[in-house]
Design a protein around this ligand. Structure first.
Ligand code: XMP
Length: 326
């Protein structure tokens, strides 16, 4: 029979067996999945794991600081933060196709991990065992929706499955590959991770890069980051965090509409609110948020975020819409 305790024991034993005395690195994203995967491997091999948090510049407000603080405090794992925003933005310049964005982001992640690997080996000197393993928090739904690693996305290429480059030098360790999100949360709890990590709403690895419809630029990321922070703050203040699965905020950078703000006419971009309820992200329904909360979010975003003059609500279930817009 299935218990979270037995999953942890089983996975820890399997990871020890596979990695042996060698080293591994784990890409941390700040989300539940990678945190739980890292905590499992940390339990199995301790200091032979180095967690690497790649700040790709597509993160939300406060995210990097939160990982540095919460995750390290909870696990004591070794963490390295790499600022790679220039590199990701350069690679994404001029790109508008969603699958292309996903593949580029997946590839750049791997390139950064390879660089980190080389540094870790160099620092460890004579004592350094080869770092050959890359730990990822891939879940069952990621595998299914990316086409089961067949190279052809059924729906979209999750950055850590269908988005991996073909010349990957790492062996992947994916201890959560058979689990759904609610099971991952239970495993995280079993491992002693704090509520702030275990109950975090999902956020995709490619980050805000797949929430800008159109080209990703630093200016657009800054706008979206502000709009997203406002929506999150208001949802939290209204006590709705546990009622919704997540609420992507999407910038329609290719659309402009006429508005009237302050002294006169504006010609700005719309922002979409995409609040959803779900059990496992395979299907979802749009959340019936209270109108007063929606009104507050809309007023604040149009008042506080430059160049955004309209807020629209996405009332599409999944299917037919996916949760993210790209
Ligand atoms: P979709 O948009 O496919 O999203 O309905 C389902 C769930 O997966 C998240 N998502 C991702 N998570 N890497 C991730 O780690 C990705 O590339 C990715 N794409 C989507 C999305 O936020 C939702 O929770």
């Amino acid at each position: 029979t299935w218990t979270t305790g037995s999953i942890v024991a089983e996975q820890v034993a399997a990871i020890r067996e596979r990695i042996g005395n060698r080293r591994a690195i784990c890409g941390l994203s700040g989300g539940v999945d990678s945190a739980v995967a890292a905590a499992l491997v940390n339990k199995a091999i301790g200091s032979r794991l180095t967690c690497v948090y790649v700040d790709h510049g597509l993160m939300r407000k406060g995210e990097t600081e939160q990982v540095e603080k919460d995750f390290v405090a909870a696990t004591g794992a070794q963490l390295r933060v790499v600022d790679a925003s220039e590199r990701f933005l350069a690679a994404l310049a001029g790109v508008t196709d969603p699958e292309e964005k996903r593949k580029i982001i997946g590839r750049e992640f791997i390139r950064v991990f390879e660089q980190a690997q080389a540094e870790i080996v160099a620092e460890a000197g004579e004592l350094g065992e080869e770092v050959r393993f890359l730990v990822q928090g891939t879940l069952y739904p990621d595998v299914v929706e990316s086409g089961g690693g067949t190279g052809t996305a059924n729906i979209k290429s999750h950055h850590n499955v269908g988005g991996l480059p073909e010349d990957l030098q790492f062996e992947l360790v994916e201890p959560l590959r058979k689990l759904f999100k609610d099971e991952v949360r239970m495993v995280g709890q079993e491992l002693g991770l704090p509520e702030e990590i275990v109950q975090r709403q999902p956020f995709p690895g490619p980050g805000l890069g797949i929430r800008i419809v159109g080209e990703v630029t630093r200016e657009r990321l800054d706008l979206l980051r502000e709009a997203d922070a406002i929506a999150r703050a208001e949802l939290t203040a209204a006590g709705l965090d546990r009622d919704i699965w997540q609420c992507p905020v999407v910038l329609l950078a290719q659309v402009r509409s006429v508005g009237v703000q302050g002294d006169g006419r504006t010609y700005g971009h719309p922002v979409v609110l995409r609040p959803v309820s779900s059990e496992d992200a395979m299907t979802a329904d749009w959340s019936r948020l209270p109108y007063d909360v929606l009104a507050r979010i809309s007023t604040r975003i149009t008042n506080e975020v430059p160049d955004v003059n309209r807020v629209v609500l996405d009332i599409t279930s999944k299917p037919p819409g996916t949760i993210e817009w790209e």
